[in-house]
Design a binder for this molecule. Sequence first.
Ligand SMILES: Cc1cc2nc3c(=O)[nH]c(=O)nc-3n(C[C@H](O)[C@H](O)[C@H](O)COP(=O)(O)OP(=O)(O)OC[C@H]3O[C@@H](n4cnc5c(N)ncnc54)[C@H](O)[C@@H]3O)c2cc1C
Length: 431
Amino acid sequence: MAEGKDFHVAVCGGGIGGLCLTIGLLRQNISCKLYEAAPAFAEIGAGVSFGPNAIQAMELIDPQIVRGFENCSTINGWPEKRDTWFEFRTGQAKGTRRGVLAATNTYVADVKTGGVQYVGQNSVHRAHFLDELVKLIPDEVPEFGKRLVNIEEKGDKMILAFEDGTSSEADAVIGCDGIKSRMREILLGKDHEAAHAVFSGKYAYRGLIPMETAVNALGDELARNPQMYMGHHGHVLTFPIEKGKTMNVVAFRTKLDGKWPEKDWILPSKKEDMTKDFMGWDDRVMNIIYLMEKCDVWALFEHLPSPTYYKGRLCLLGDAAHASTPHQGAGAGQAIEDAFILSNLLGQVASVADITRSFKAYDSVRRSRSQRVVTTSKEAGCLYEMEDEEVGSDLDKARENLLARYDWIWRNDLKAQLREAKNVMLNGSRI
Ligand SMILES: Cc1cc2nc3c(=O)[nH]c(=O)nc-3n(C[C@H](O)[C@H](O)[C@H](O)COP(=O)(O)OP(=O)(O)OC[C@H]3O[C@@H](n4cnc5c(N)ncnc54)[C@H](O)[C@@H]3O)c2cc1C
């Protein structure tokens, strides 16, 4: 048990959220263990990008996270496009719902993050970033092969039961166990309508293209700088990762019947399905689809809003609390913001009796913001795919919407949010 604190925290799940939280708890001198279901820390071989708010949250948790991030992060290839988040243009000419024919390769908008500390796209290969986070956690903190199945309260303690038949105890448990969270089921009750994720109506092919190949096919500008190709019921995004050696691709389609019939959410993808899905898109998009390597298809699920992120001394963080579609590139960033606020609030707690108050304060500042990301992300997906009721395929309206869309996510004052949360903890209100 850490000096000055008479409590011990169990963190369940070692993705980006669980690792950032654990680093935060350690920096606050809080005794903790991290229980991960897999036999080792692992992330998929794809890219993930972070907005300025997410990088600021890393810095506030521990500047070493940002140093690790910088070791593996990639910025836009051209200095003059440094602060571009995505350049939006159309990638498809035909098939509008309202008879308005958007010309192919129409430039729609250059969305910039400008004016804040970390600008433009800042992306990493997920597995490389995870390696950097793991370096900041002492070997004795994580335990692997520990899939949480149940939690019982026994006296003052929480008893965690794992799938391998073992158990352990803690004073508080934080579920960072992702979109299929067992903790969420335990906290909300498995029959609660928000306990399980629901299909968002969209799926995505994810893959990588060696940068030289991408440059040959698309030219230097499009390959090395982040692009978003908009179309009807589909969109394709690309950005550089691995210090510009690789182009990351995510190609989205809408499932018009709104149903995902498979049990699995991630399946190996077949080139012929991908090609069929993007038939009729312009040459650049068809080239991207043709050249994508190591492809999987992902059904995109999301959570309905949870009425709470805590119950007693149980709490949810990251995707376990607010799994979102990826259309604003903001899900993992929310997990890191959560980790900053929660670790700092727990840092204010001196004894077990105060833990629930810290969870209440966390819930009061984090829930509305993170759930707004879920809602607006879904709307953004519709906007990119010309499905928005107001905007449709009107590209002027789309531009206006895009340029005003993201500032509230990127320019968040996280320190002010922590001050508010501390007020809730001390006085029961935000002011
Ligand atoms: C296609 C796609 C693209 C995306 N792109 C971006 C992007 O560019 N930017 C961005 O910010 N976000 C993006 N996201 C969202 C982002 O991936 C997630 O928000 C983020 O990874 C969530 O991290 P997490 O730690 O909460 O959960 P996870 O990464 O899911 O980690 C959960 C961990 O818990 C473990 N676990 C599961 N169950 C148990 C259990 N019962 N007991 C113990 N351990 C358990 C798992 O093994 C895993 O290690 C994207 C998502 C998708 C689907």
